[in-house]
Ligand binder design. Structure first.
Ligand code: PGA
Length: 268
């Protein structure tokens, strides 16, 4: 065990194995981004077809857009039905007007909710006056919907290795809370804002501990700009300076990557 691994503190009983155990994630490396979209969508569709009342934690960002498009198309063709499914989104900026085009609430409406009936959909309220009170509300809401059957996460830009908005320093037992965004995150995500200067400094996010409670976790990453973070996450020490590396203390993780994102892993 490395020094970094020895810092892992996991609440007793939360995981089936001692915290010093790490699991190799199932690696699915596909030729291109479109194949990642199709594979990830296929896994989610299969989960919902097997258990229509599934509770899903879902992400936003560039990475899952194609995946949502395929889920919508499948729902419209009658292949999958989300009308009994519960969605608990990973995160939302704070403060942000939920109605603004830049909010993750708008993202979800644009890419999923406006197109298919979903049983129940939850996302932190970026417009809540108190971030801490909203974090408390969302924490209780998530708790009441546990266990999450499947959590789908992307990975942050550059060297952040964030999942949700759990930036460096996030611990494996962290739960829903207000966080300050890493500068790299703000720089990468500002480009997606109508007015980049308006990107908030913070966000509300599910914690690492919340994500790790899901029965199954899918990590999706596409593109060369994710290659460093993917390699650090899957091959480096398990530690809070790469929060996504905590995925390796979960027994059931599927990493769905395109060849560019996986390029440093291949041949290692
Ligand atoms: P992206 O963001 O999909 O826009 O790259 C992922 C993330 O920040 O978790």
């Amino acid at each position: 065990m490395t020094a970094a691994e020895s810092r892992i503190v996991v609440p007793e009983g939360r995981f089936p194995e001692p915290s010093s155990v790490t699991y190799p994630p199932e690696l699915v490396v596909l030729p291109n981004a479109e194949a990642v979209d199709a594979y990830a969508a296929g896994l989610i569709i299969e989960q919902i077809r097997t258990k229509p009342t599934s509770v899903l934690t879902l992400p936003t960002g560039n990475t899952p857009i194609g995946m949502y498009g395929l889920i919508v198309a499948s729902a419209q063709e009658g292949i999958v039905n989300l009308s009994k499914t519960t969605i608990v989104n990973l995160d939302e900026y704070h403060p942000i007007d939920p109605a603004s085009l830049d909010s993750y609430a708008s993202f979800m409406r644009r890419h999923l909710m406006d197109h298919v009936p979903v049983g129940e959909w939850n996302i932190p309220n970026g417009g809540a006056p108190s971030a801490d009170e909203e974090a408390q509300r969302y924490r209780a809401l998530l708790e009441a919907r546990q266990p999450v059957d499947l959590a789908v996460v992307g990975i942050g830009p550059g060297t952040t290795c964030h999942i949700g908005f759990n930036e460096k320093g996030s611990e494996p037992d962290s739960t829903v809370r207000y966080v300050t965004l890493d500068l790299q995150t703000r720089e990468a995500n500002a480009r997606l804002f109508e007015d980049p200067s308006q990107i908030p400094e913070g966000a509300l996010t599910q914690g690492i501990g919340d994500i790790l409670r899901a029965r199954w976790i899918i990590l999706i990453a596409k593109g060369v700009h994710k290659a460093w973070g993917v390699n650090r996450t899957l091959k480096g020490p398990v530690s809070s300076d790469a929060p996504a590396s905590f995925l390796r203390i979960h027994p059931r993780v599927t990493a769905v990557l395109d060849q560019e994102a996986a390029q440093y892993l291949l041949g290692n």
